[in-house]
Design a protein. Structure first.
Ligand SMILES: [Zn+2]
Ligand SMILES: [Zn+2]
Length: 128
């Protein structure tokens, strides 16, 4: 069976395209089922991990004990609300200067970095 064009794979890509924030496997399963694609955890894991290995999706870990996935896109960072779990995205690279400095002072060439912001969204700030 050609994994490259299974209905599950296509539907997962479609779901990721429409999602504004990274999704977990449970959400993917929910989406597939609501689109009448009978599926299970194993199938979803296999497909999403294949997409990850193919370089089509990004795999993220926000300390929740599970992975989240999103389509590869412009460099951005995440704002994770520890109150309600909402995840937003911010565009822009805030570390350019720091990376230049690292190279200038120690010769280390930074190729990539991981930076996520944890805090409270507007709604959760009002609640507290
Ligand atoms: Zn919140
Ligand atoms: Zn993202």
């Amino acid at each position: 069976m050609d994994l490259k064009s299974t209905p599950a794979r296509d539907a997962i890509l479609c779901f990721l395209k429409s999602s504004k924030s990274p999704v977990d496997v449970e959400q993917i399963i929910e989406y597939l089922r609501s689109n009448n694609l009978n599926t299970n955890k194993v199938t979803v894991y296999r497909n999403i991990e294949r997409l990850y290995k193919d370089g089509e999706v990004e795999r993220l870990e926000f300390g929740e004990g599970k992975f989240r996935y999103e389509l590869k896109k412009n460099h951005h960072h995440h704002l994770i609300c520890t109150g309600c779990g909402k995840i937003e995205e911010v565009e822009g690279d805030f570390l350019n200067k720091m990376e230049e400095e690292i190279y200038r002072t120690g010769g280390f060439k930074v190729k990539n970095h991981v930076l996520e912001f944890y805090g409270l969204c507007r709604k959760c700030q009002i609640k507290n």
